[in-house]
Design a protein around this ligand. Structure first.
Ligand code: ADP
Ligand code: MG
Length: 699
């Protein structure tokens, strides 16, 4: 082994202490291995030359061949610049430098043939290229033939002369020092199956592509590698956990479950609800510990599924708890559960941060001795003072608001066994992402809404048409409906955001003097917030204006209109979540997306998707395609995100599936990866996951 991960980048010729520090801080490159895995983010075909006459607006990077006629130094201070008039015989274009003027004049001479490479920008009626790459023809034709890689660099890197070209040079130095040879990462047996390019050849071609075909093959191989090792890691963790952890067996379906199901459940379960309950019952009866993610669109009836499973826990002599991310949501769950169970003998308690001390002092012992069977609450549930006598099932609602660390603390509530864990989320995590993030979590999906729901009608309106919007709202309120109006709250511009909410509040009070308008936002005290919220829940107020605090979980079936102000500032998933607050009653519901007229293409697409689709999964997939996976809400909690260097979950679903299947086969054959054949994989996993936390155990 070359131990490339242990060889510091400072040992590479051309990298001094200062550059090493910047590489590490800005690009995370500390070792030889880190450098090799710092892949180009794009390639540009430099085999083709354009002529100046061909240049039009909106061109990508292009390559020209010609000479500089003369230089001009123009402007002063910050606008001081060097302009080279460049001609290739078909026309002229300005090459512009704002920095390093002396250096350029020293290096670049008029009258000599150069190859110029850069992105033309339109400037008045002419074009120019700022800070082009420029090489004399003999040299240029050698250095820059074919596909040229581009590496991400930051301002600080560029200042330290670590631009894309410099990174490429470092790759060159490193690979030549290694004689362009790298050891294979996969065993022969796997290689023979996948028939992909060898690792070393792939690394060489990713940085210095021989051809477009070779580059594609290299990308496939390296994407496969990346996904394969992640899958191998998560699947192995999951196996080990399964062997180690015993779950509490829930073999019985008893009185609690049956009585509720037969006598008190006010409606028929949907097919999807029945299916997921069956899946989870199978888990919990098996003696294994259940660790499952339940995905279902807003309003698909997850809470009810949770309740049925909690009753199953009671039937098997255990307690159950349900944890929600906010006080309001916990209260709502409590009210819902109490409503469903009001005629049954089940002791349910609510425990949140604002539970009074005297009340807590009564609750805690009753939880500890098992008198209280179901506890619903917030983070307060995971405090050390909360001890259960026999916690059999922990349900976590809207998982993405909980940190990994907090989830793991739930497990410590029992000493000998761990409770079954069910994580419920309405943020539809696309399948590919779920497999990577939660490779060891089983996933159940509710893909059907309860019958009789009318699809929400979504409209997009520009904010200069407010009068019509007000008319529409008034006509809905006259029919007895209630209206949400939501404002964005973006980190960094909170002040402005609160201001626009407050201004909106004043406007609405003026426009709707005959109705009651209430307001909630994150800066209010919990008690104030609850009081305002209560006005809306009770129907006293017809209009609720809010920042995104209402995003999660509030259930007011009579509210049938959701107005989202500055909709262009919300992400797709968030818009979908907000829309899910309406459409819960029998009435036709509406979601009105209000935006300014000026929208970027991407934003326009986002709003179009919302208008077209009511399907959370479709929307999540579209979100993934539009934004890439990295920004998806809830997936980038620190330390939890999977840092992919080359694979793209939005587009590489097939490679991921293949990698997962093969990883499974390998582990079936050799669970410990200890045989001669597979030992190499174990070594590689150690290198790759040395510093990573063990997410398998805690997700
Ligand atoms: P989620 O938690 O998935 O957003 P909820 O469990 O809050 O959804 O359910 C939304 C609403 O639908 C609730 O009022 C609930 O009582 C109702 N509901 C749940 N399941 C059914 C069903 N099978 N048939 C009719 N209504 C249902
Ligand atoms: Mg819910």
């Amino acid at each position: 082994m070359l131990d490339l991960d242990k060889r510091s980048i400072t040992y590479l010729p051309g990298v001094g202490p200062k550059k090493a520090e910047i590489l590490q801080k800005e690009a995370g490159i500390a070792s030889f291995e880190d450098l090799l895995f710092y892949f180009p983010y794009k390639y540009i075909d430099r085999s083709r030359f354009y002529s100046v006459a061909e240049i039009t607006g909106s061109m990508p990077y292009i390559q020209l061949k010609g000479r500089i006629l003369y230089f001009d130094e123009l402007g002063e201070g910050r606008t001081r610049r060097l302009v080279g008039k460049f001609s290739d015989g078909t026309g002229t274009i300005d090459l512009v430098w704002f920095k390093g003027l002396a250096y350029v004049k020293e290096k670049v001479k008029p009258g000599v043939d150069y190859i110029v490479f850069g992105k033309p920008t339109e400037f008045g009626h002419t074009f120019n290229i700022a800070h082009p790459d420029i090489d004399p023809v003999e040299q240029g034709s050698q250095v820059a033939a074919g596909l040229t890689p581009f590496y991400n660099t930051t301002e600080r890197m560029k200042k330290a002369f670590l631009n894309s070209r410099a990174i490429q040079n470092l790759q060159y130095t490193l690979l030549s020092n290694l004689q362009w040879q790298l050891p294979e990462t996969l065993p022969e047996k796997v290689l023979a199956k996948i028939r992909m390019m060898p690792f070393g050849e792939a690394m060489r071609n990713i940085h210095f592509p021989d051809s477009a075909e070779k580059l594609r093959a290299a990308q496939v191989r390296l994407k496969f590698d990346e996904l394969f090792f992640i899958q191998l890691h998560t699947l192995r963790e999951a196996q080990q956990r399964r062997r180690k952890l015993r779950g509490i067996p829930f073999p019985r379906v008893g009185d609690y479950f049956n009585t509720f199901y037969k006598d008190y459940l006010p409606f028929e379960l949907t097919g999807a609800q029945k299916r997921v309950i069956k899946e989870m019952r199978a888990d919990m009866a098996s003696g294994r510990q259940m660790n499952r993610l339940l995905q279902g669109d807003v309003g698909s009836g997850k809470t009810l599924v949770g309740l049925l499973l909690m009753l199953l826990a009671l039937d098997n002599g255990c307690q159950a708890c349900m944890m929600a991310p906010t006080e309001i949501l916990a209260q709502q769950h409590y009210a819902t559960v109490m409503g469903f169970l009001k005629d049954m003998k089940v002791r349910v308690a609510l425990l949140t941060g604002s539970t009074r001390k005297s009340e807590r002092n009564k609750l805690l012992p009753a939880i500890a001795n098992g008198e209280i069977q179901i506890v619903i609450g917030t983070h307060a549930l995971i405090e050390d003072t909360v001890i259960f006598s026999s916690l059999g099932l922990a349900i976590i609602d809207e998982q993405h608001r909980f940190g990994v660390e907090q989830r793991s603390r739930l497990w410590k509530k029992n000493t000998r066994t761990v409770p079954h864990v069910l994580v419920m989320t309405a943020t539809p995590i696309p399948r590919t992402l779920a497999m990577t993030l939660y490779g060891d979590l089983d996933v159940s999906v509710i893909d059907e809404l309860p019958p009789g729901r009318k699809p929400i009608m979504t409209l997009h309106r520009y904010d200069n048409k407010k009068a019509q919007l007000y008319d529409f709202l008034r006509s809905e309120i006259r029919k007895g409906r209630q209206v949400y109006v939501v404002y964005p709250l973006i980190e960094g511009s909170e002040k402005l955001d609160y201001k626009s909410l407050e201004e909106g509040f004043e406007t609405f009070k003026e426009v709707f003097p005959e109705y009651t308008v209430c307001m909630v936002h994150g800066k209010m005290k919990a008690s104030e917030k609850d009081a305002e919220m209560q006005k809306f829940v009770s129907g006293e107020a017809q209009i609720l204006m809010a920042t995104t605090v209402i995003e999660v979980g509030v259930n007011v079936p009579n509210a049938s209109v959701m107005v989202i102000e500055s909709a262009e500032r919300f992400g797709l998933s968030q818009l979908h979540q907000l829309r899910g607050r309406v459409g819960r009653g029998a009435e036709q519901s509406y979601c009105v997306l209000v935006s300014s007229y000026k929208l970027s293409n991407e934003t326009r697409k986002r709003l179009e998707i919302m208008v077209k689709s009511n399907n959370g999964f479709e929307i999540a997939e579209a979100d993934l395609r539009l934004r890439g996976y990295g920004d998806l809400e809830g997936t980038r909690q620190s330390g939890e995100g999977v840092d992919l260097k080359i694979a793209n979950l939005a587009t590489d679903g097939q490679i991921l599936q293949y990698a997962r299947d093969l990883a499974g086969e390998v582990l079936d054959e050799d669970p410990e990866l200890s045989t001669q054949t597979y030992r190499i994989l174990n070594e590689r996993l150690k290198t790759l996951f040395a510093r990573k936390v063990n997410w398998g155990l805690i997700s």
